[in-house]
Ligand binder design. Structure first.
Ligand SMILES: Nc1ncnc2c1ncn2[C@@H]1O[C@H](C[S@+](CC[C@H]([NH3+])C(=O)[O-])CC(=O)[O-])[C@@H](O)[C@H]1O
Ligand SMILES: O=C(O)C(=O)Cc1ccccc1
Length: 243
């Protein structure tokens, strides 16, 4: 399996188009996400650890906005409850096609089904564990509450949702500093100032971050009982919400 280096924004573009999860991105995605999201590998490994804890026998586990299936692979390696099916969902066919190449590399008693669907339209069933690992931030803000509510409705008692997101901060100084530190992180991982600035333009209309408080309130409103922020690195965080 070749992991191409992300140089999508390396040369100057006249017009930077809005970011899309197309074939070009699918080809470089493992490199892009590791060099762009602080703590990504830590989050993926611990999604595996948490899935092992929360996956109930004969239930379903959902990876919502699975991209190439990194979280699915981590979960499949650790879940040993019997009769668990992982449903890995994405609305980008390019991402899903490539995810199958990764998923087919290993065999496991936990069945994995891939599904090309829009998660805002999805009804979950018998769900003991669901993952939104940097996916909600790409959903239109006015559809986010209904999407979280649908996940809650499809969940079994004691089920858990992992929500990882890029954050925005109400305090302008804090927002500016953490954004700068994130850009320093990208620079330290080999991205040039041009790459950082063009990628920033590409995502500014499609990745719409919210504050930690907005996420926590929405999860409470949907009915989740216990909500904890279990991870943060610069302006990237992950929450766990229990039904
Ligand atoms: N409405 C939607 N329905 C389904 N999928 C969607 C939708 N909108 C966006 N996506 C999909 O959500 C994924 C977001 S990437 C997730 C990383 C992964 N979770 C990982 O753990 O590696 C995050 C990032 O690139 O920052 C993409 O694959 C989109 O096609
Ligand atoms: O690259 C960035 O600046 C990000 O905020 C993270 C990211 C990672 C992968 C696709 C889109 C955004």
């Amino acid at each position: 399996m070749n992991h191409d280096k992300d140089n999508i924004y390396a040369s100057a573009q006249d017009q930077v188009a809005d970011f899309e999860f197309d074939q070009k991105v699918a080809n470089v995605f493992p490199d892009m996400i590791k060099r762009s999201v602080p703590g990504y590998s830590h989050i993926i490994a611990n999604i595996g650890v948490l899935a092992e804890q929360y996956a109930q026998p004969n239930s379903q586990v959902y990876d919502l906005g699975c991209s190439l299936g990194a979280a699915t692979i981590a979960m499949r390696q650790r879940i040993h409850a019997p009769g668990v099916k992982i449903i890995a969902v994405d609305n980008s066919q390019a991402m899903l096609d490539r995810s199958r190449q990764f998923l087919d590399l290993e065999d496991s008693p936990t069945v994995v089904e891939t599904l090309c669907a829009d998660i805002t339209q999805l009804r979950l069933e018998q769900c003991s564990f669901a993952v939104l690992n940097f996916t909600l931030q790409f959903i239109e803000p006015n559809l986010r509450s209904a999407t979280i509510a649908q996940i809650f409705d499809g969940m079994l008692p004691g089920g858990a949702l992992i929500l990882s997101e890029k954050l925005r901060f109400d305090n302008n100084e804090q927002d500016r500093l953490l954004t700068e530190h994130h850009h320093d992180f990208k620079r330290a991982n080999g991205y040039s100032d041009l790459e950082i600035s063009q990628k920033r333009q590409a995502i500014e209309r499609v990745l719409l971050p919210e504050t930690s408080q907005e996420h926590i309130s929405r999860l409470h409103q949907a009915g989740f009982r216990t909500i904890s922020q279990w991870f943060q690195s610069f302006n990237f965080a992950s929450f766990i919400a229990i039904k």
